[in-house]
Structures are given as C-alpha cells and as structure tokens.
Ligand binder design. Sequence first.
Ligand SMILES: Nc1nc2c(ncn2[C@@H]2O[C@H](COP(=O)(O)OP(=O)(O)OP(=O)(O)O)[C@@H](O)[C@H]2O)c(=O)[nH]1
Ligand SMILES: [Mg+2]
Length: 308
Amino acid sequence: MSKETFFRRLADGLEKTRKGLLRGSAAALKGKIALDRSALEELEMQLITADIGVEATATIMTGLDKSLRNSDSRQLEPLSVLRRNMVSVLIRAEQPLTVPEKKPFVILVVGVNGAGKTTTIGKIAHFLQQDGYSLLLAAGDTFRAAAVEQIQRWGEKIKAPVIAQNPGADPAAVIYDALQSAVARGTDIVIADTAGRLHNKDNLMEELKKATRTIRKFDPTLEVEVLLVIDAGTGQNAIVQAQRFQQAVGVTGVALTKLDGTAKGGVAFSIAHNLLLPIRFIGVGEGIGDLQPFDADHFVRALLELRP
Ligand SMILES: Nc1nc2c(ncn2[C@@H]2O[C@H](COP(=O)(O)OP(=O)(O)OP(=O)(O)O)[C@@H](O)[C@H]2O)c(=O)[nH]1
Ligand SMILES: [Mg+2]
C-alpha cells in the first residue's frame, strides 16, 4: 500500500477521534476566531476524552501554551502548533524495529484475545520479507485448532514455513522446535504466535513466561523482541493490559492495530508517554499490506487531517 493510500485509510479511521478532538475548538485552531481560554479548556477536555491520557494531555497543553506565547509560533495556524506539540509527545515512540545481525532474531507476539496478533504476524512477516529477510513462523497458540490453521494459512500466503504441533501441545515446545528449525535452515527471523491471554489469568501469564525462558535456554545470546499487540479500540484499558504484560514478560515494543474503521487513536499517546514503549508498527486493516512502521508526524497529520 502506498504511503498516500495508507494516510487516507488512517485519516478516515481516525475521523471520529478527530471530530471529538476538535469539538468546540476547531474554529479557533483554524485561526477563524481567537483561541481564548475557553477554547483551550475545551481542547484539553477533548484530548483527555480521546484516550490521550491525563499526563500526555498536560504535556501537550503546556507545550501549546508556551508555543502560543512565542512570537514565531504566533504567526502560524494554531492547529499546526498543536500538531508540533502532539508530535513531540509521540516522537519517543518512533523507534522502528531493527533486525540484528545475530540469527535468528525472535519476535514473540503477545496480547489479549482478539487484539490482532495472528493477523499482525502475517503482515509483519510480509513486511520483513520485502526487506529481504527469511522468515519462519511458530504456531505458539496451541489452545485452539483454528489458531494453528490461521497461522498456517498466513504461512501459505507469504510462502514461509510454519512450525506447528497438535492443538493442546506445550507452546514452549513449539517455539523450541521452531528455533531449532530456524538454526538448521539459517533463517533470519522467527515470529512466534501465542494464545489470546486474559491478563487476569495468572496461568496464562505463566505460560508466556515459560516461552521466554525457553528462548533464553535455547540460546541466551538471541535477541528477542516481545511485541505486544494492542487493539487501538481498547482505549485506556490497553494501558493496564500493557503493564501486566510488561511485568510478566518485559515488553519491548508495541503494534497498534485496527486504526481503520472507527478507530480510537488517542491511546498511542499514552503508550508513548506513560508506558515509554516504542510503537513499532500500526495496522489499518486485515489485508497483507495494511501495516506500516510507526511514523509520529504521519500519525498526527492523519489524526488532524493535515496533509504532509
Ligand atoms: N479492521 C481491522 N481488523 C483487524 C486488524 N487486525 C486484525 N483484525 C481482525 O481482528 C480479528 C482478530 O484478529 P486475530 O489476528 O485473529 O487476533 P488474535 O490476537 O490473534 O486473536 P486470538 O488468537 O483469538 O487471541 C480478526 O477478524 C482480524 O481479521 C486491523 O488492523 N484492522
Ligand atoms: Mg491469534
């Protein structure tokens, strides 16, 4: 998907968020009327309502206030001053996934039920293949037969081997098999699926911990990305989920999905500002090409519908 098409998809998906965000302050932000205290207060409230989070909102508002007092910025449309301040919160999450020299690089994909893990694996695998890497997928969600079949279908689609065992098998054993197979084949990257886990189910977290121990035991020098998939529609609850996964298995990056349709994009700001986690990828659909590395400026421009 071209960057332009992706922008359109993202901007359309974020339309509802944008409308909410600009409710009551659009005219002032577009310079049509004065941006007075009440418009700023309205904006602040809408930022919080849009899942941006109290702390990230405070940072954006303080920055905006300061910028608006600055004579250089006073010449600009307030909306573009807001954009700059929003980007400055999000920019720390702009840390693309880099594939290390050491093979195989392991991406362990975790997240709650239905967040989009398996679909995101297919999309990321395809993305990395385009960069010339060889891939192998591990069907670590052994909980349901359908989950194994789903990742096998992705394997067929992208022509990558899938290491799987029977439903009910130990996920750690599947991952171990996959690592062995990757070493034997000289594969660059292994992406492991895991079951949809409820963060309040301790046993499921234990299973994930076991998977990470298995990878370390296999080869303690392997580089591992623990990628947490978050459905953008989950809102602020996503932050609580993320903290649980962080405590259990040490998340190193986030993929934010479902930013198409009637998405809520505000949670990206809390991920950047409160969780201090990199957002590696964003997803805007179920198709193979519906994923791109996270670009803070591009994201905020889509949110505010300010074309690059
Ligand atoms: N619109 C949209 N749908 C998505 C996106 N990513 C995933 N989905 C859909 O969301 C649903 C759940 O996706 P899965 O990839 O199966 O999610 P999962 O986290 O693997 O789910 P479990 O294996 O049940 O835990 C599927 O219907 C996907 O097609 C996205 O970016 N946009
Ligand atoms: Mg799945």
